[in-house]
Design a protein around this ligand. Structure first.
Ligand code: GDP
Length: 445
C-alpha cells in the first residue's frame, strides 16, 4: 500500500528528531523538510504543504519549553497538522436514519468506481442492519444494469433496473418508489457516469436529483487523480448538490494523500474511502482515524467498528474502552475476534504498537502464527489476571514464567502481550481524554 510508505517516511522523520537526546533547531528543520517532501511526492498541493510546514514550525517553536516533554509536543503537533490537512473543517457526513427511507444518489465520472462502490455501500449498511436496495439509473452505458445486477446478486442485495426503459429519470423514480413502498431504509441510486463534464449529462443528473429528491448525493471520485480532485469536485458542485465524497482506489496509488487533502480543501466531507476491488474494501473516513492509521498509531475505533459490523462479541470491551480501561481479557477478546476476521493485513493496520509493521516485515502467515501464540498466552492466564490491567504481573513476576510454560510460549512472548495490552490501555485513556476535550497525545510515550 503506497500510503503506508508515506506513513513510514513521516514516522521515520519524526523518530529521527525525537530519538536524539537534545532536540535542536537543525534537526527540526530536517524533519520538516522530509515530511514536506514526502507529502509533495504524494501529490499534496505545494501551497498546502508550505502552509502546514509554517504552522508546524511555529507550533514547535512556541510550545518548546525546558523541562517539558518536547518530543511529545513534536509528535502531537505533527499528528494535529496532518489531521488538519485532511479534515474538511467539521462539515458532517449525512447519517442515515433507521425506519425511514434514506435515498442516496451516487454521481461521478465513468470509471471512477461508482457501480462497484454502490454495492460496497449497500453491503456496508446491510451489515449494520439496514434494509437496503439498489437502483440502476444508468441507461447510458450498455451493460451497466448487468454489472450492478451481478454485484447485487453476489452480495444478496435487492435491485431494480430496466433493459427497455431508456429514460434514466423514469427508472430512478420507479426504483425509488418501489423500494419506498416496500419499506426499504436505504435506497442507493447509481446514475450514469460522465466521460467528461458534458452539459447534457449534467442536466440529466439535475433532473434525477429534482425527481427523486435524495437525502444525500454522494460523489464518487478516483483518488489516483491526486490534487486534480479539487477542480473535479468544484466542477460537479456547479450542477449537483452533493454533500459527501467517496474516494476510490486508495489502495494502489501514490497520489491518494493528494486527493484527500484536495477534497478537504473544498470543505466537502469524505464519507468513505475505497481500498480495493473486493466488496468489503470500503472504510468509513475520519481525519483522526486516517492519520492514526497512516502513522501506525492504530485505529481502535475503526477496529471496533469493524468488529461491530461482523456481530462479534465485544460488548464489555467497548464499555471498558469508553471508561478509559483496557484489560488483558479485552485484548484476548479482540485477538480472538481478529483471527475470525479474515485478511490480517487489513486488520493489522488498525492496531497500534508495531503489529502493522510486523505484518509488513514478516508477512501474513507468520503474523497469524504470532497472533495465535498471543492468544495461547492469554488462554493460560487466570480470570483474575485477565480482568486486571497487567499490573498484577509486576507484583508477581513468577507468574510470567508460569504463563509462558503453561501456554507453550516464551517469557518474551508473554511480556510482548503485556506490552501490547499496556499500549491499548494507554490509547483507551487518550481517547477518553480526547473525548473530554483535554488535549491528548499520539498515544506513545
Ligand atoms: P464506474 O464506471 O464509475 O461505475 O466504475 P466501476 O465501478 O465499473 O469501476 C471501475 C474499475 O475500478 C473496476 O475495475 C473496479 O473493480 C475498480 N475499482 C473500484 N473501486 C476500487 C478501489 O477502491 N480499488 C481498486 N483497486 N479498484 C477499484
Amino acid at each position: 500500500m503506497v500510503l503506508a510508505d508515506l506513513g513510514r517516511r513521516i514516522n521515520s522523520a519524526v523518530s529521527e528528531v525525537t530519538k536524539s537526546s537534545v532536540v535542536d533547531g537543525n534537526a527540526v528543520d530536517n524533519m520538516l523538510k522530509e515530511i514536506s517532501n514526502a507529502l509533495v511526492e504524494s501529490d499534496v498541493n505545494i501551497r498546502l504543504v508550505i502552509n502546514m510546514r509554517k504552522k508546524l514550525k511555529s507550533k514547535i517553536d512556541t510550545e518548546e519549553k525546558p523541562g517539558v516533554n518536547n518530543k511529545k509536543i513534536i509528535q502531537k503537533a505533527v499528528f494535529d497538522e496532518l489531521c488538519e490537512l485532511v479534515d474538511c473543517g467539521g462539515v458532517q457526513v449525512y447519517k442515515p436514519k433507521r425506519k425511514q427511507a434514506n435515498v442516496l444518489m451516487m454521481v461521478g465520472l465513468q470509471g471512477a468506481g461508482k457501480t462497484t462502490t454502490c454495492t460496497k455501500l449497500a453491503v456496508y449498511y446491510q451489515r449494520r442492519g439496514f434494509k437496503v436496495g439498489l437502483v440502476c439509473a444508468d441507461t447510458f452505458r450498455a451493460g451497466a444494469f448487468d454489472q450492478l445486477k451481478q454485484n447485487a446478486t453476489k452480495a444478496r442485495i435487492p435491485y431494480y433496473g430496466s433493459y427497455t426503459e431508456v429514460d434514466p429519470v423514469t427508472v430512478a423514480s420507479e426504483g425509488v418508489q418501489k423500494f419506498k413502498k416496500e419499506k426499504f431504509e436505504i435506497i442507493i441510486v447509481d446514475t450514469s457516469g460522465r466521460h467528461r463534464q458534458e452539459k447534457d449529462l449534467f442536466e440529466e443528473m439535475v433532473q434525477i436529483e429534482d425527481t427523486i429528491k435524495p437525502s444525500e448525493t454522494i460523489m464518487v471520485m478516483d483518488a489516483s487523480i491526486g490534487q486534480a480532485a479539487e477542480s473535479q469536485a468544484r466542477a460537479f458542485k456547479e450542477s449537483s448538490n452533493f454533500g459527501a465524497i467517496i474516494l476510490t482506489k486508495m489502495d494502489g496509488h501514490a497520489k491518494g494523500g493528494g486527493a484527500i487533502s484536495a477534497v478537504a480543501a473544498t470543505k466537502t466531507p469524505i464519507a468513505f474511502i475505497g481500498t480495493g476491488e473486493h466488496i468489503h474494501d470500503l472504510e468509513s473516513f475520519t481525519a483522526k482515524q486516517f492519520v492514526s492509521k497512516l502513522l501506525g498509531i492504530g485505529d481502535i475505533q475503526g477496529l471496533m467498528e469493524h468488529v461491530k459490523s461482523l456481530n462479534l462479541d465485544q460488548k464489555d470491551t467497548i464499555k471498558n474502552f469508553q471508561e478509559g480501561k483496557f484489560t488483558l481479557r479485552d485484548l484476548q477478546t479482540q485477538m480472538n475476534n481478529i483471527l475470525k476476521m479474515g485478511p490480517l493485513s487489513k486488520i493489522a493496520q488498525m492496531l497500534p504498537g508495531g503489529i502493522g509493521e510486523m505484518m509488513h516485515q514478516v508477512g501474513e502467515e507468520e503474523t497469524s502464527k504470532r497472533f495465535k501464540r498471543m492468544v495461547y498466552v492469554m488462554d493460560s492466564m487466570t480470570n483474575k489476571e485477565l480482568d486486571n490491567d497487567g499490573e498484577i504481573f509486576i507484583d508477581e513476576p513468577t507468574r510470567i514464567v508460569r504463563v509462558a510454560r503453561g501456554s507453550g510460549t516464551s517469557v518474551t512472548e508473554v511480556e510482548a502481550v503485556l506490552m501490547q495490552q499496556k499500549m491499548f490501555a494507554r490509547m483507551a485513556q487518550t481517547t477518553k481524554n480526547m473525548q473530554q476535550q483535554v488535549p491528548g497525545g499520539m498515544g506513545g510515550k
